[in-house]
Design a protein around this ligand. Sequence first.
Ligand SMILES: NC(=O)c1ccc[n+]([C@@H]2O[C@H](COP(=O)([O-])OP(=O)(O)OC[C@H]3O[C@@H](n4cnc5c(N)ncnc54)[C@H](OP(=O)(O)O)[C@@H]3O)[C@@H](O)[C@H]2O)c1
Length: 265
Amino acid sequence: MSKNIAIIGGGNLGASIADGLLRSGFCMPQQLSITRRTVAPLKRFAEAGCFVSYDNAAAIKRSEVIILAVKPYNYTDILKEINPALNAQQHLLVSVITSISIGQLVQSIEKDVAVVRAMPNTAIAIQQSMTCLTHTGVSEVKLKYVEELFNHLGRTVIIDENLMDAATVLGACGTAYAMRFIRANIQGGIEIGFDAATANLIAAQTIKGAAQLLLEKGTHPEQEIDKVTTPKGCTIAGLNEMEHQGFSSSLIRGLVTSYRKINEK
Ligand SMILES: NC(=O)c1ccc[n+]([C@@H]2O[C@H](COP(=O)([O-])OP(=O)(O)OC[C@H]3O[C@@H](n4cnc5c(N)ncnc54)[C@H](OP(=O)(O)O)[C@@H]3O)[C@@H](O)[C@H]2O)c1
């Protein structure tokens, strides 16, 4: 539990992971290293006591767990750069890089370092991520550690690697889809009388509550919908109008378009 962790690539997701790790107490600031080439945006982590640097090798040398959080087009150069500092006995590599397979990572590393792929989302900053994990035969101890880490930052599920692109769409792009849904609710809320701040609060808390109902009760959305739709009532009238306008269809099409885009390599 008390391993030192290096996040290589302290951008949107890397910094969110760092926030979640510190907030959850999974690691102390002194155990956490975060790198990027321009370190100014990481000032608050340095002030909190983390090791912040542009020097990836230095971060790796002081850590046992390496979280790779760089863009897919950067991964080969960065692995080439950090390879001399990687050590099969010391290090466990966790990649959150979209679409880069364990096979591709292992091929670039050329060492027997254990690799786990993780697909979290930015709610990891507040310990509310959904994180899909996959691996190709890391030891049970290492896998348990990675699960424990991400369980501190939300919920986890282990999936086949061939579902990782689908996990990216449903779990990571899903944050953006949900934000658009909330935004549309806010816009509608303003049109029917609320100021923006109140509409934002009502929409966000209502959607959080709806999701929490499913998570806690294990019900299907239609079971919960049945409870709020009175015959001839306003809810079913609104829902049906949304469907006439292509609501579910447009969401499904958007999701499938994102999935196709990932596979346009
Ligand atoms: N954002 C999400 O919701 C999300 C969710 C799941 C997975 N992902 C995946 O996570 C990865 C990161 O995404 P992101 O949205 O966080 O991108 P991002 O904000 O662009 O972060 C990538 C970071 O890598 C740093 N970087 C680039 N070259 C580096 C180097 N040589 N050494 C150290 N750091 C370097 C960049 O900073 P400098 O330019 O200052 O070096 C940048 O801050 C991507 O593969 C993405 O597909 C993202």
